[in-house]
Design a protein around this ligand. Structure first.
Ligand code: SF4
Length: 393
């Protein structure tokens, strides 16, 4: 059923984890690292009566510090890291230097991954092997420079919390191959509950909070991961530069938009790519084999509009809410000084100091994963149970 893909808003209550995180914060035993997803910083505004679409990044960072997190870091940083790996994976598959089929499918949406593993395991060779930004972030938090710094000061491994627009991200964090990278996943709504519970006056907080480095810097390309078409656009910015396409644009407006369906862009020197919004549109596209010939890369997001419409985002009666959140996300991009993932200085530093280069052995070990058919009745039941809990959140 649908809930094995994601828990739709209102139909099921997400498994609540925020009490557990508050207990961990209060215990002060382990260093607490939090990461915030691209779509969270905009939608959180609605929970506190602020204008829908307004960008509350600084307020959210300040609230997270008041909650007691030691390091407030950005999933947008690891979205840039995902692009470094995924764009290079695309280029290597194009040159025939890497296993895997073309077109390359994005793999950062667990709703889509669950669909493939449950219903279309024949598509696994097309999936990018990159971990999602959430999982890359967890691996680098624990085993990268920040984790090493924390380890040198304390015996305990850091506790990594992610704030996601998505109920399926809870399930993703428990997947074989990535389990242990992340200790708790909270939705945007759960973060709002924590902030209210601790009586932090979110709306009147200053919007000047800044992320901690080395995992706090990000490009506009990382920011747009929160909108349908954003991962594709971010990958194109990096692939075009890697191919030396001097006249390639920075913005690919053809793949933007919150409506369900398939958006297509054709880039001279690269080929055609598609962004698919909603699982229904994906099923339709994949119902015959035309996509195999037509496209080089396909982004698939389960939620209409992408993560800004995720099952963990605030509920809203506003018929234009997705559009408003989308505008907020693209404003972050257009106001960013750096708009391409490969120009992120902290990402460059991570490669220099630790990873070497994209798809190096260390990158493969920390930043990539595998997928497998999961379609026995027991698998289906486990998937269902892992994202459902009927207790009141
Ligand atoms: Fe989660 Fe985003 Fe996928 Fe929706 S589109 S299931 S919010 S990752």
């Amino acid at each position: 059923g649908q809930c094995t893909l994601r828990c739709p808003v209102g139909a099921l209550i997400e498994r609540p984890d925020w009490h557990r995180v508050l207990d961990e914060l209060d215990a002060k035993k382990r260093k607490m690292i939090v990461q915030t997803a691209p779509a969270t910083r905009v939608a959180i505004s609605e929970e506190f009566g602020l204008e829908p679409g307004s960008v509350s990044t600084g307020k959210m960072i300040n609230a997270l510090r008041e909650l007691g997190f030691d390091y407030v870091t950005d999933t947008n940083f690891s979205a840039d890291l995902t692009i470094m790996e995924e764009a290079n994976e695309l280029l290597q598959r194009l040159k025939g230097e890497r296993e895997g089929a073309l077109p390359l499918f994005t793999s950062c949406c667990p709703g889509w991954i669950n669909y493939v593993e449950l219903h279309r395991p024949d598509l696994i060779p097309y999936l990018s092997t990159t971990k999602s930004p959430q999982q890359m972030h967890g691996a680098i938090s624990k085993y990268g420079p920040l984790g090493k710094l924390i380890e040198s000061e304390s015996d305990e491994e850091p506790y990594v919390v992610s704030i996601m627009p998505c109920t399926a991200k809870k399930d993703e964090s428990q997947r074989p191959g990535v389990r242990g990278d992340i200790d708790a996943v909270l939705t945007t709504r759960e973060l709002a509950k924590m902030i209210r519970h601790r009586k932090i006056p979110f709306a009147s907080l200053s919007n000047d909070g800044e992320y901690d480095n080395p995992m706090g810097e990000s490009s506009g390309a990382g920011a747009i991961f929160g909108a349908s078409g954003g991962v594709l656009e971010a990958a194109l910015r990096t692939a075009a530069d890697a191919l030396g396409l001097k006249d390639a644009p920075v913005e690919y407006k053809a793949v933007r938009g919150v409506e369900r369906g398939v958006k297509v862009a054709t880039i001279e020197g690269i080929g055609s790519v598609a962004a698919v919004s909603s699982i229904g549109s994906a099923i339709e596209l994949l119902s015959n084999d035309e996509w195999k010939e037509k496209f080089l890369m396909i982004e698939i997001m389960t939620c209409p509009g992408g993560c800004l419409g995720g099952g963990g985002e605030p509920k809203s009666d506003d018929p234009n809410i997705l559009q408003k959140r989308m505008n907020g996300i693209y404003n972050i991009d257009s106001n960013s000084v750096i708009r391409k993932s490969h120009e992120n200085k902290q990402v460059q530093k991570l490669y220099e100091e630790m990873l070497g280069e994209p798809l190096s052995n260390t990158s493969e070990r920390l930043l990539h994963t595998t997928f497998a058919a999961r379609n026995s009745p027991r698998d289906k039941l486990n998937r269902f149970l892992s994202c459902v809990d009927h207790r009141d959140g």
